[in-house]
Design a protein around this ligand. Structure first.
Ligand SMILES: Nc1ncnc2c1ncn2[C@@H]1O[C@H](COP(=O)(O)OP(=O)(O)OP(=O)(O)O)[C@@H](O)[C@H]1O
Length: 268
């Protein structure tokens, strides 16, 4: 049973934020079914990850959850309403920070608000953006341009850009995989801290078993062709998680279990 969550509350007691029911996806012109009957829920304040081999359908799943592509069948529901397109209450982070090079860090953080609600709304959100930048250690870099930031700093700015709209759910597509290992470890701990502070509901796509176990309350192991959830692994490790936990026997047991499932299921 899972007893620890990013926010410190038992997931069984927390309400459902996001629900996927019978999601299938076939791409036009392809005989291959990318996803077949994927069902799960994300509960308030919990961190879930999906892990699977290349091509098993993780990105397809995340794009459907973000409303970027429609499913062929089934339903995605956020906060009780069907997800039929991109929405302000869905926050996303990608492998690349994708900051616009001609805007300052602060302007980049405010961009989603400016695009959606206009310049006045962006001006109003300025103090919130400044506080967010301070929270992630970017105070003093508000006026810097993206080429003056390191990879880790750029991703911290991208975190602020995701948070500024105060989303209900965070969808994270390997956000730190382009960073060096030391920065990545640090960013994962930062992410954990922010998720706890926000009581965030988060969903991470990753290729790293260690990262999935370290951050998650539950790991969904995907198998390929057709993409489906092969196993649900609740991670019952105490929070806050620390990097030295990866050396514990409990951590190792979770990693082995997931790896075995990937070995036996992912390439069938
Ligand atoms: N736009 C598309 N048109 C046709 N087929 C697609 C399209 N996008 C993905 N696919 C196919 O759907 C399957 C799942 O792809 P997807 O990108 O979701 O996998 P993934 O698990 O995210 O892979 P990776 O880990 O390599 O990023 C693959 O067989 C892929 O070839």
């Amino acid at each position: 049973m899972v007893t620890n969550t990013a926010a410190g509350t038992p997931p069984a007691a927390s309400p459902i934020v996001y629900e996927l029911a019978g999601i299938t996806k076939s791409y036009a012109g392809q005989r291959l079914t990318a996803l077949e009957r994927v069902d799960f829920v994300l509960r308030k304040g919990t961190f879930a990850s999906v892990i699977g081999s290349s091509g098993c359908g993780k990105s397809t799943l995340l794009k459907i959850m973000a409303g970027l592509i429609p499913p062929s069948g089934g339903r995605a529901t956020l906060d009780g309403t069907p997800v039929t397109g991109p929405r302000a209450d869905i926050g996303m982070m990608f492998q690349q920070a994708t900051l616009l090079p001609w805007l300052t860090t602060l302007q980049n953080v405010l961009l989603p608000i400016e695009v959606r609600d206009g310049k006045a709304a962006a001006r109003e959100a300025r103090p919130r953006a400044m506080t967010l930048l301070q929270t992630v250690g970017l105070k003093g870099f508000e006026a810097s341009y993206p080429d003056q930031l390191s990879g880790g700093m750029a991703q911290r700015a991208a975190i602020c850009r995701m948070l500024v709209s105060e989303p209900v759910v965070f969808l994270l597509d390997e956000p730190f995989s382009a960073l060096d290992e030391i920065t990545r470890d640090f960013m994962n701990m930062e992410l954990q801290r922010l998720c706890a502070a926000w009581e965030a509901t988060a969903f991470l796509v990753t290729h790293s078993i260690n990262e999935a176990v370290l951050l998650s309350d539950v790991v969904y192991v995907m198998a390929a062709r057709p993409g489906r959830i092969a196993e649900i692994v609740p991670i019952d490790l105490p929070r806050p998680r620390t990097l030295d936990m990866v050396n514990s026997p409990e951590f190792g047991a979770y990693v082995r279990r997931i790896r075995e499932r990937l070995d036996t299921g992912a390439f069938k």
